[in-house]
Design a protein around this ligand. Structure first.
Ligand SMILES: C[S@@+](CC[C@H](N)C(=O)[O-])C[C@H]1O[C@@H](n2cnc3c(N)ncnc32)[C@H](O)[C@@H]1O
Length: 209
């Protein structure tokens, strides 16, 4: 938890207690339904919570922003972001029901009121969002195809509406057709070695492909 306060020193009391409660909620639920690997659960705050919050280092979403987390799995990056931005609306989507069971229990356990979950493939979603966030779900061309038409045209934030994708490694080949994609190294935000190869890709709504 100190890791979160180190990079986000201005959290409210409610946010601090919600971040603190994540550990026991995930440890308990992970014993029943495995959504986080054993190695990762011991480093929950580094590998999952702080990694998700890289998006909050990059953009401070304006109140009322609508965000969908595609393939949220156990709730990443959606849940840490929903704690960080209590006045934004988060829609967490996954095609595997048991993962959403854990997400729903964590949401309830934390008392989060800004999170909705849906068990479906994202292709079936028929709504629009200011931003679509994701981590470790599909290569960008597939992801762009799945989420086509789901990004709102009107802007609430200064940053252009679009996809915010947490990725790792060399993205040259994967992003070669997306000339407007911007890659941000997470080592600019966080000093831990874990982030050395990690990146955040912002793909604004209008892109050439
Ligand atoms: C490797 S997990 C990543 C989970 C989470 N984003 C994380 O980083 O911890 C990929 C998740 O994407 C979900 N998924 C894959 N394709 C999907 C689709 N078309 N629509 C919704 N969810 C999908 C899977 O069910 C799985 O939970």
């Amino acid at each position: 938890m100190e890791l979160i306060s180190k990079y986000f020193p201005n959290l409210s009391k409610d946010q601090i207690s919600q971040f603190q409660n994540l550990e026991s909620l995930y440890k308990d639920w992970n014993l029943k339904i495995n959504v986080v690997s054993r190695k990762d659960i011991d480093e929950l705050y580094l590998r999952h919570v702080l990694h998700s919050l890289a998006i909050a280092k990059f953009i401070s979403f304006k109140d009322g922003t609508q965000i969908m987390d595609v393939g949220t799995g156990g709730g990443f990056p959606g849940i840490p972001l929903a704690i960080m931005f209590p006045n934004c609306h988060f829609h967490l989507v996954d095609s595997i029901a048991k993962k959403l069971k854990v997400v729903n229990e964590v949401v309830e356990g934390l008392g989060l009121t800004n999170v909705k979950t849906t068990h479906t493939r994202v292709e079936e979603i028929d709504e629009t969002y200011d931003f679509i966030v994701s981590r470790a779900v599909a290569a960008m061309p597939t992801f762009v195809h799945w989420t086509k038409g789901k990004i709102a045209k009107s802007q609430k934030n200064e940053l252009k509406n679009g996809i915010l994708y947490l990725k790792g490694g060399d993205l040259t080949e994967e992003l070669k057709d997306y000339t407007t994609a911007k890659i941000h190294n997470l080592s600019n935000y966080f000093e831990e070695d874990f982030f050395d190869t990690k990146k955040l890709v912002h793909l604004p709504q209008k892109f050439k492909s």
